[in-house]
Design a binder for this molecule. Structure first.
Ligand SMILES: Nc1ncnc2c1ncn2[C@@H]1O[C@H](COP(=O)(O)OP(=O)(O)OP(=O)(O)O)[C@@H](O)[C@H]1O
Ligand SMILES: [Mg+2]
Length: 468
């Protein structure tokens, strides 16, 4: 293979390469003697040593040299004037390969599969990018890959796009189990939340309750406890309270609020609720299509599912009954709606618990968002793998810089230059400092409609007058 550059300076594990080929770009993986490095930054530089002005320089991060099939860190700098080659497909796949592999695309500009280590799923992932950059397609590819290894996946689908995306890419033997929220659809199951499992605190996240109303509700729930009941039963109990314990006006106000809640959560609450434990099966992807539900209902759903999954895994770990049998991945689309820094809702606290404790119980979390700066820093910082696509917003970049250890300033700068379907992967699932990846395309037929297809109202002439 012919040389694509030459080392002109070298310090520690960083080298500057004088670029001699158009094939060298940001993210290109290079072979320098027996070491490998990745182009982290490119610039034009004026330098007497080069002997000419304004030459293209690639700043390369050396991530190791191959010894006995493993990547070992280099202990002395690369020698200047060494010729630089492109790593070939076999070398690239060898470098990226772990004990088991998944891949959502190819190493940028090559035919090599961009292997990631699936075993690190429980150290959590974040897919972050501006709108339309290709987050959902990237997530669908990842879900497909995880489920091909048998890992159960549950997806909170805010826009109802995953049934179609996944049906186009998963293996035929994978089961896609769809549950709708607040919108019965023929052939689909409906997700239900059991009222008798909610605490007064949970209710206070769904509707505004002042402290007096909250404690009154707590007393009513205590009275009903031990049996399965509906929201109507709680509302009925508001008329039967002992006025020495709960003031009449408090009971009336609480009843009004609960009646409002009953309207918003119509078709969502019921006695038994959906069996979340039963959703977690190997080679099954469960999609919760929440596209028809209001924000409040979606948040309640995320809160319920997250709580059930974590508690189920904890029960399993402690060999208790009704445990969630298998490790799993929970994918949350539009995560800024459920774990924004400013949100005070049980869904955020449940996701925070998964982010901090999930790993111990084999429960991985994948958050997807077009507004990274809105996501709670505590949750983002627990995501040890970052998949970043095109991002221009400086606030979002700043937030990412603060939240992720695995990302450096150079990668942040590069996020502007990514096209649709291109991503940078950095962190636990990746063996090298970062990787630029072309995400596989999923062929989904688009409904054809033109953006500017407005109809002009026809004018009708009646007795000399024009009517629209
Ligand atoms: N890997 C890819 N290769 C080619 N085109 C892609 C790829 N991924 C996405 N696209 C194109 O970009 C469009 C937007 O992708 P996608 O819906 O995944 O973006 P998004 O970031 O999830 O957007 P939103 O913020 O609206 O959810 C798709 O309809 C598709 O046409
Ligand atoms: Mg999307």
């Amino acid at each position: 293979m012919s040389s694509v550059g030459m080392v002109i300076s070298s310090e520690g594990s960083e080298i500057d390469v004088l670029v001699k080929s158009e094939q060298v770009e940001l993210g290109t993986i290079l072979k320098i003697s027996d070491s490998y490095g990745i182009v982290a930054y490119m610039l034009y530089k004026e330098d007497e040593k080069i002997g000419s002005k304004q030459k293209l320089i690639a700043r390369v991060q050396i991530f190791g040299k191959v010894s006995d099939g493993n990547l070992a860190r280099i202990k002395r700098p690369i020698e200047p004037y060494t010729e630089v080659l492109l790593a070939n497909k076999e070398e690239l796949e060898g470098i990226l390969s772990s004990e088991s592999n998944i891949s959502m695309g190819r190493v940028y500009g090559t035919e090599a599969r961009a292997f990631l280590n699936p075993a690190e799923y429980d150290r959590h992932l974040a897919i972050l990018a501006s709108t339309g950059a290709g987050k959902s397609y990237a997530a669908a590819n990842l879900i497909k890959e995880f489920s091909s290894l048998g890992l159960p996946v549950i997806v909170v689908d805010t826009h109802g796009e995953y049934p179609k995306l996944l049906s186009k890419c998963v293996e035929k033997s994978t089961i896609i189990d769809i549950h709708t929220v607040k919108h019965p659809k023929q052939g689909y199951k409906e997700l239900k939340i059991p009222v008798s499992e909610l605490s007064a605190e949970d209710f206070s996240h769904f509707i505004y309750l002042n402290e007096t109303q909250k404690s009154a509700l707590g007393l009513i729930l205590d009275r009903l406890s031990g049996r399965e009941f509906l929201l109507q039963d709680i509302i009925g109990e508001c008329d039967n309270v002992d006025n020495d314990v709960i003031h009449e006006e408090t009971a009336k106000a609480l009843k009004r609020r609960l009646m409002g809640l009953d309207r918003i959560f119509k078709n969502v609450f019921d006695k038994l609720g959906t069996d979340i434990v039963g959703m977690v099966k190997p080679y099954q992807i469960t999609v919760i299509d929440a596209s028809y539900a209001s924000q409040g209902v979606r948040q309640a759903v995320v809160s319920y599912i997250s709580k059930e999954l974590l508690q189920g895994r904890i029960r399993k770990e402690n060999q208790m009954e009704n445990g969630v049998e298998f490790p799993l991945l929970l994918v949350v689309e539009e995560a800024h709606n459920y774990c924004s820094a400013k949100l005070s809702h049980s869904c955020k606290y449940q996701l925070q618990r998964i982010a901090s404790e999930g790993r111990k119980f084999g429960l991985g979390l994948c958050v997807i968002s077009q507004k990274p700066s809105k996501i709670d820093e505590e949750i983002l910082s627990q995501c040890n793998t970052g998949i970043y696509m095109h991002i221009t917003n400086p606030n979002d970049k700043d937030h990412i810089r603060k939240s992720f250890e695995s990302i450096n300033d150079e990668i942040i700068k590069d996020l502007d230059s990514l096209d649709v379907g291109e991503c940078i992967v950095a962190g636990a699932m990746n063996r090298i400092p970062f990787l630029v990846c072309d995400v596989d395309r999923i062929e989904v037929e688009k409904e054809k409609h033109k953006k500017f297809d407005f109809k002009v109202a026809q004018k009708v002439e009646v007795a000399g007058f024009g009517y629209a």
